[in-house]
Design a protein around this ligand. Structure first.
Ligand code: GLV
Length: 316
């Protein structure tokens, strides 16, 4: 039995099941918990369940908690080095959100290629006055090159979708990740992938190396007819440079689920019609979010019972 602080209510039954065995304290407001309260609660708790939007710095890590579970696969909001130094377990939610996120990425790809949201607004505004040969011409998908940046689980799920749509799938991956045979796609370096792709989809974690990986120089390498999709983390792209490229027509369009300073959106992006945006809902399916909650609760329960959860980023 331990005290677990949860920074926001989670979908599904996992938290109430956890409350059968532990004292579970939930921030019941719809507001982010804030650093001061998080630190206060951490000092009184054995474990935390946090969101990707909660910064977890060294002060929180060394507050005395044994485990921090994040309701996300990405953990760039947590000071992982501090967790290692202070022996605090960190757990995340891999696998269960792979298909949901790849589906949204592919949805954004199609929406940005075929200008679906822009056409819908046009129609709802009563502007559709008859079939027209050149109405909302977009970019073809079949036969075109899909460049996947980052061949982890979600990147590979995106490649599978690309193959299903008859695309010529390529990828780049800096790590020792899958070889060409394993993912049935050609491996390229990032710059040549950007230059040759008709669609580029980002699937890398946010690290010091990937921050602004897609900057003005790299955007300039891309085809003028290309579409950029980002469902990874906003700061992987220099958002001001992207807005500039989209505004000037240097890039055909973009599909974005993540932003540099969430929940703020670059004002220029808000005005452009050649960008499709969703509010960081990559994993937002009933099933994925329910299973993410189960993974977080299971991890905390396991650590507090002296075990090692399989979904440990930093094992206890
Ligand atoms: C969502 O962005 C996640 O990392 O799970």
């Amino acid at each position: 039995m331990g005290r677990i602080f949860v920074t926001r209510g989670l979908p599904g039954d996992a938290l109430s099941d956890l409350a059968d065995r532990h004292e579970v304290v939930i921030n019941e407001t719809d507001e982010p918990v804030g650093h001061e309260r998080l630190l206060e609660e951490a000092k009184r708790s054995d474990a935390l369940i946090v969101l990707l939007s909660d910064p977890v710095d060294e002060a929180v890590v060394r507050s005395g908690v044994k485990c921090i579970a994040t309701f996300a696969v990405g953990y760039d909001n947590i000071d992982i080095d501090a967790a290692r130094r202070h022996g605090v377990a960190v757990c995340n939610t891999p696998d269960v959100l792979t298909d949901a996120t790849a589906d949204l990425a592919f949805g954004l790809l199609l929406s940005a290629a075929r200008r679906i949201p822009e056409s819908e607004v046009f129609l709802r505004e009563g502007k559709f006055d008859g079939w027209a040969p050149s109405l909302f011409l977009g970019m073809p998908v079949a036969g075109r090159v899909l460049g996947v940046v980052g061949a982890g689980r979600i990147g590979r799920a995106m490649m599978m979708r690309g193959r299903g749509f008859g695309m010529d799938v390529r990828y780049c991956d800096e790590g020792a990740m899958p070889d060409e045979e394993a993912v049935a796609a050609r491996k390229q370096d990032l710059d040549s992938l950007l230059a040759e792709s008709d669609f580029v989809s980002l699937h890398v974690p946010l690290t010091p190396t990937t921050r602004h990986m897609i900057d003005a120089r790299r955007l300039a390498l891309m085809k003028q007819t290309a579409v950029l999709v980002n469902t990874a983390r906003g700061p992987v792209v220099d958002e001001a440079a992207l807005a500039e490229a989209l505004e000037s027509g240097r890039l055909f369009s973009a599909g974005l689920d993540v932003f540099e300073e969430e929940p703020k959106i670059h004002p220029k992006l808000m005005e452009l019609s050649n960008v499709v945006m969703t509010p960081h809902t990559g994993s937002a399916t009933v099933t994925a979010r329910g299973r993410m909650a189960e993974l977080c609760c299971g991890a905390v329960d396991t650590v507090l019972s002296g075990g090692v959860p399989p979904n440990s980023v930093v094992p206890p």
